[in-house]
Write a protein that binds this ligand. Structure first.
Ligand SMILES: [Mg+2]
Length: 337
């Protein structure tokens, strides 16, 4: 395979603010793998919370360029198992490589990945549209600019319940909220009581990632389901979420790509947990990979391309929450930048 690494600054439609971060541009790394005239694409964004930069991801892949280029891709799972020991410190780089390998494999097989995996898309969930933290006035403005059936509202402010009360005045859409680790035990239990009658379906990661004792208490008392994000990073975390969360939000960059994500989602379902996949603020390259997993999911947050003002790829499209697949095989991703 031939490896090409590119980086882009994705311009954001709005300054994106969550409880621990704020930014106007999202740097992203695109990996291209080429074999037999087919090109597969993968993506990983930089991320201050997890500590990965374009430089560190690129260096990790450059360090194993010889091994990658000496490999003839057969099964993406086998390729992941070969590469993982070299990239165990950099799951983001591993993710971009794994997505490219899966996309390339699908394109070589002449099928979209979900078909190769034997999945039916008849009951795919709708994706939410995310509203980042802002003044209440601006959050209302963002909601009104994007009429949508399902919103994810970022919380972690001094006025979280007031935000949801105000947004509820302007739409009947379903809300889910994400506190990104900002709440405490009593606060979460109390907020759940107040948010449930306001049409909130679940709370994502209310408390610090390592506060599993606190989560146990909250799990027993919360009137709303709780979904792990920062507390569920990699394959070994899924089982730990039982009795602490009602579901898990798997992200491709956190776990190292589609290959481990599929195993995590299967395990989560077997353990009785709700399944969700979330995105970073990435382009249509990464989002088209997520779309292949939709049949395995109860919930999905894959609005990345809607949050950037200029995309770098074609692939899946999203209309009013519904995801439409591309006619291109693999993930369907094609670079246009
Ligand atoms: Mg989250």
């Amino acid at each position: 395979m031939k490896l090409t690494i590119r980086s882009f600054d994705l311009p954001l439609r709005y300054t994106f603010t969550i409880s621990y971060d704020s930014r106007d541009v999202q740097p992203t790394m695109i990996v291209e793998l080429e074999q037999n005239g087919h090109k597969g694409y993968g993506e990983a964004t930089s991320n201050p919370y997890y500590g990965f930069t374009i430089e560190s991801m690129t260096a990790a892949l450059e360090g194993i360029r010889t091994q990658i280029e000496a490999t003839e891709l057969e099964k993406p799972e086998d390729f992941w198992a070969q590469m993982q020991p070299h990239l165990s410190n950099n799951p983001f780089a591993l993710c971009a490589l794994d997505l490219a390998a899966n996309d390339l494999y699908g394109k070589m097989q002449g099928q979209p990945l979900y078909k190769l995996w034997g999945l039916s898309t008849d009951h795919n969930p709708l994706t939410n549209y995310t509203i980042g933290i802002d003044t209440i006035e601006n959050m209302v403005k963002k909601l009104k600019e994007m009429p949508w059936p399902l919103y994810k509202i970022k919380l972690g402010t001094k006025e979280d319940v007031a935000i949801i009360k105000e947004l509820r005045r302007h739409t009947d859409a379903v809300f889910r909220v994400d506190a990104n680790c900002a709440w405490g035990v009593e606060e979460t239990i109390e907020n759940a009581k107040q948010l449930k009658p306001l049409g909130v379906e679940f709370i994502e990661q209310p408390m610090r990632a390592d506060d599993m004792d606190g989560m146990k208490k909250v799990y027993q008392q919360s009137v709303l389901p709780l979904i792990a994000d920062e507390s569920c990073i990699t394959e070994s975390d899924v089982a730990k979420c039982v009795g602490h969360f009602h579901g898990v939000n798997v992200k491709l960059v956190k776990c190292g790509g589609l290959t481990p994500a599929r195993r995590m989602l299967k395990e989560a379902r077997e353990l009785g947990l709700k399944t969700m996949v979330g995105c970073m603020t990435e382009s249509t390259v990464g989002i088209s990979a997520i779309a292949q997993l939709l049949p395995m999911l109860d919930y999905v947050d894959m609005d990345g391309p809607l949050l950037i003002s200029k995309d770098i790829a074609r692939g899946i499209t999203i209309d009013n929450g519904k995801v439409y697949y591309s006619s291109v095989n693999g993930t369907g991703a094609e670079l246009i930048a």
